[in-house]
Design a protein around this ligand. Structure first.
Ligand code: OSB
Ligand code: MG
Length: 380
């Protein structure tokens, strides 16, 4: 039984005294190419919530264009500033579940809602002087992590795989797309017969490609991530019946109901939980528990987050059913300089978990100011 802190009785409800929203732009160290396009920078809404001298922070994981899921940065900035943040400033919430219930009536917009919900979890766990990990019901001092390598030529990819295995990363995920799949995976598998390998197609295939996808069964992959459409659990069930390699769903799982349907229909034998994609930690915990009930392992995905989102992901990854390495690798792989003071770096493929209150990371305000625009305050 997971011992979760379900109430804020210790200090009573938290009243949101104020909120701040800003847009943050960070250049990426290496452009990141996936089936839907190439990212050169990370642009994201950053939300800060204030209550009784405490502060909670979170970032949104939506992209500028609706290429991963349907949400966009501009759309989220609008929803956050006109509806979600004005709707909670001045309101009191006994615990994160109460805040999640307040946000529940809104349709979709899971990433925008997650930004607010996650900031509240950070705020609430700080107010209780607990690490976020403890408030969520997790434990342990470090988590296993792998890396997600963007699309690239076969020879460069082999070099990058070697590099990351040498650094101790526990699993290598290769991005694939139509026309850049079997030959790539064969070459990497031949070069690294023992490596824990997975692939991620970001929805690039259809059921018409079942034969090709079943061909991936030859390469002892741990799983194939999101081969088919973002909104099609049913087709993934059909595909799973045609291949041995476990299917892992990412884009298709935005709610616990999506997870339940995927598990009931055998559309996913592994699930990638991204808290920022799924409406926040309450929903991520529900997905985690459902998967455990179906004996399906989960792992924590990433969206090239800054240290703020990365820290949330690290704490969530300490829950017991996160039994596969996550994508929460060293921040220095993504950014020359991060917006948090603490260095989130792996040691031999393990990411340490902060034991300070909340996420345990603090904003580097001087640097943050240089990469921020559109700063807005919401007061009572
Ligand atoms: O599908 O998991 C994905 C990055 C951006 C958008 C989608 C995905 C990814 C990654 C990178 O795979 C994960 C990370 O290193 O943060
Ligand atoms: Mg993915």
């Amino acid at each position: 039984m997971i011992d979760r802190v379900e109430t804020g009785q210790a200090r009573g409800p938290l009243t949101i005294d104020g909120a701040e929203l800003r847009l943050v732009r960070l250049p990426l160290v290496t452009p990141f190419a996936i089936a839907t396009g190439t990212m050169h920078e990370k642009l994201f809404p950053l939300v800060r919530l204030f209550s009784s001298g405490f502060e909670g922070v979170a970032e949104g994981v939506m992209d500028p264009l609706p290429d991963y899921l349907e949400e966009t940065t501009a759309g989220a900035m609008d929803l956050l500033s006109t509806v979600l943040l004005p709707g909670i400033v001045g309101q009191s919430f006994a615990n994160p579940q109460a805040l999640a219930r307040h946000l529940a009536p809104w349709r979709a917009n899971h990433m925008a809602r997650a930004t607010v919900e996650m900031a509240f979890w950070d705020l609430w766990s700080r107010s209780l002087h607990l690490p976020l990990q403890t408030a969520l019901g997790g434990s342990g001092d470090a988590i296993d992590v792998g890396v997600s390598l963007g699309l690239g030529p076969v020879d460069t990819t082999i070099g990058r795989v070697r590099d990351h295995l040498d650094q101790g990363y526990k699993r290598i995920k290769l991005k694939i797309c139509k026309g850049h799949d079997i030959a790539l995976v064969r070459a990497v598998r031949e070069a690294f017969p023992e490596a824990k390998l997975t692939v991620d197609a970001n929805c690039d295939y259809t059921l018409a490609d079942s034969g090709l996808l079943a061909g991936l069964d030859d390469f002892a992959l741990d799983y194939v991530e999101q081969p088919l459409a973002w909104d099609d659990i049913h087709d993934h069930a059909t595909l799973q019946a045609r291949m041995r390699t476990p299917i892992c769903l990412d884009e298709s799982i935005r709610t616990p109901a999506h997870a339940r349907k995927a598990l009931q229909s055998d559309a996913a034998r592994v699930i990638n939980i991204k808290v920022g994609r799924s409406g926040g930690h309450c929903s991520a915990l529900a997905i985690h528990d459902l998967c455990a009930a179906f004996d399906v392992p989960v792992w924590c995905g990433g969206m090239l987050e800054s240290g703020i989102g990365r820290a949330h992901n690290i704490h969530l990854s300490t829950l017991p059913n996160f039994t596969k390495p996550g994508d929460t690798s060293s921040a220095s792989r993504y950014f020359h300089r991060d917006i948090v003071v603490e260095k989130l770096e792996t040691v031999e493929g393990r990411m340490p978990v902060s034991k300070g209150p909340g996420t345990g990371v603090s904003l580097d305000h001087d640097f943050l100011a240089t990469v921020s625009s559109d700063v807005r305050r919401f007061d009572r």
